[in-house]
Write a protein that binds this ligand. Structure first.
Ligand SMILES: NC(=O)c1ccc[n+]([C@@H]2O[C@H](COP(=O)([O-])OP(=O)(O)OC[C@H]3O[C@@H](n4cnc5c(N)ncnc54)[C@H](OP(=O)(O)O)[C@@H]3O)[C@@H](O)[C@H]2O)c1
Length: 362
C-alpha cells in the first residue's frame, strides 16, 4: 500500500478502544489519526483522557498520546478526518445504531465491535475465515443508506469464538446439536481486577444477554445471502450457559456435539488443524498462520499458557474425546479482546481493504 489509510477509533478511551490503539501501532496499512470518545473526554489529549484507565500490558503508543480526543457525536468533523473508523463506543443500542449509520452515510466505512447492528438484515457479521461471502450484502446496504462509499460491518460476540470456528471446520460431518458452557474473562465486561474486586476468587453464573448471543450468532455466521439479506442457518441448534470466572483475558468453552455423520477423532483433529480461510490465503497482516491449534496434553488449553497463541488471533482446542451421551466433547479457548473484539475487527477491515471495499477517500 502506497500510503497508509487514515483510521479513526470511536470509543478509543475504553477497553476495546485501547486494544484497537495497541493493535494498530505500526500497522502496515493503517494509521490512527483520530481518537473519539464521549463529551467527557473530548478536547483533552488522549493521554489525559485515558489517565489511569490504560489497561493494556504494553505502554500507550507515543503516536496517539498527544492526539486531541474528538467527540464521537460530532460525526461530520470526525468523518472528515478519516478514511474509515473502528467503533467500540459504549452507548445504548439505539444510539449506537443511529451513530454508526450516521457515519456510514457520510461515506465512511464503519467496522464495529458493537452488537447493535448484528441482526440488521443487510449488515454483514463476519469472521473472515468463516463467512467472508456475506460482504456481498454491502452493496444492498449502501443503497438503503443512500451512499456509494459508506457501510457498516460488524463482528460477532466474543463468547462464540472458542467454538464456532471449530464447528465450522467440522461442517462436512453435519453437527446438529451442541451444548456449550463458556467460562468468560472479566475483560469481556471492560474490566480488570482493580475495577471489579468482587471477581477475585469468585464465579458469577450470569452475563446479561450473553446466552442468547452464544446460541444464535453462530447460526447467522453460517447463514446464506438471499435477496440482499442474510438469512440465518437453522442448524446446529446450540444451548449455552455463560459463566463469569476470575480470569483477566481468555474465554474458555466446554462443548458437547452430536453429528449426523459421526467422524473419527483423527478426522476431527485433521479438519481443525487444516482449517483456513481467505485471511491465510491472502496473508493479511493480522491473520494467524495457524487458525486452530490442537493440544494433545490432558491439561490444555490453559488460559495462562495458550491465550496468546498466534498473538491472540488463534483458537486453541484440547480434550477432544468421545462422550457417553453426545458424540464428542472438547474444550476451546480464544482471546476475548483480541480475536473476540478488536483483533477480529482489524482482520475484517484488512479483508475489506484487500477486496477494495475500504479505500482512501478521494
Ligand atoms: N470488552 C470486551 O471484550 C468486548 C467484547 C465485545 C464487545 N464489546 C463491546 O464493545 C463496546 C465497548 O466496550 P468496552 O469494554 O471497551 O467499554 P468501555 O471500556 O466502557 O469504553 C466505552 C467507550 O465508549 C465511550 N462512551 C461511553 N459513553 C459514551 C457516549 N455517551 N457518547 C460517546 N462515547 C461514549 C467511552 O468514552 P469515555 O472514556 O469518554 O467515557 C469509551 O471510549 C461495548 O459496546 C461492549 O459491549 C466489548
Amino acid at each position: 500500500m502506497e500510503k497508509k489509510l487514515r483510521v479513526g477509533v470511536l470509543g478509543a478511551t475504553g477497553m476495546v478502544g485501547q486494544r484497537f490503539i495497541s493493535l494498530l501501532e505500526n500497522h502496515p496499512w493503517y494509521e490512527v489519526v483520530t481518537v473519539a470518545a464521549s463529551p467527557r473526554s473530548a478536547g483533552r489529549t488522549y493521554e489525559e483522557a485515558v489517565g489511569d484507565r490504560w489497561k493494556m500490558t504494553t505502554s500507550m503508543p507515543e503516536s496517539v498520546k498527544k492526539l486531541t480526543v474528538m467527540n464521537v457525536n460530532e460525526v461530520e468533523a470526525v468523518a472528515a478526518s478519516v478514511d474509515f473508523v473502528f467503533s467500540a463506543v459504549d452507548m445504548t443500542k439505539d444510539e449506537i445504531k443511529a451513530i454508526e449509520e450516521a457515519y456510514a452515510k457520510t461515506g465512511t466505512p464503519v467496522v464495529s465491535n458493537n452488537s447493535a447492528h448484528r441482526w440488521t438484515p443487510d449488515v454483514p457479521m463476519v469472521v473472515p475465515e468463516i463467512n467472508p461471502e456475506h460482504f456481498e450484502v454491502i452493496e444492498d446496504q449502501k443503497k438503503r443508506l443512500g451512499t456509494d462509499r459508506g457501510f457498516i460491518v460488524v463482528k460477532p460476540n466474543c463468547s462464540i469464538q472458542s467454538y464456532a470456528p471449530v464447528l465450522t471446520a467440522w461442517k462436512e460431518f453435519e453437527p446438529y446439536e451442541v451444548v456449550a458452557t463458556t467460562y468468560q474473562a472479566i475483560s469481556g465486561a471492560g474490566k480488570n481486577f482493580k475495577d471489579w474486586p468482587e471477581m477475585v476468587e469468585n464465579i458469577i453464573p450470569y452475563i446479561g444477554g450473553e446466552e442468547e448471543k452464544s446460541e444464535q450468532e453462530p447460526l447467522r455466521l453460517w447463514g446464506k445471502v438471499e435477496n440482499g439479506e442474510i438469512v440465518k442457518a437453522s442448524e446446529p441448534v446450540i444451548t449455552c450457559q455463560c459463566i463469569r470466572v476470575p480470569v483477566l483475558n481468555g474465554h474458555t468453552a466446554a462443548v458437547f456435539v452430536k453429528f449426523r455423520k459421526k467422524p473419527t477423532k483423527e478426522e476431527l483433529i485433521d479438519r481443525m488443524v487444516s482449517f483456513k480461510g481467505l485471511p491465510q490465503e491472502m496473508e493479511l497482516p493480522s491473520a494467524p498462520k495457524q487458525f486452530i491449534q490442537y493440544l494433545e496434553e490432558d491439561n490444555r488449553p490453559q488460559v495462562n499458557l495458550d491465550v496468546d497463541f498466534e498473538k491472540g488471533m488463534g483458537i486453541s482446542v484440547g480434550r477432544l474425546r468421545e462422550d457417553s451421551v453426545y458424540d464428542y466433547k472438547f474444550v476451546g479457548l480464544s482471546h476475548n479482546t483480541v480475536r473476540g473484539a478488536a483483533g477480529g475487527a482489524v482482520l475484517s477491515a484488512e479483508l475489506l481493504t484487500a477486496k477494495g471495499y475500504i479505500k482512501a477517500k478521494e
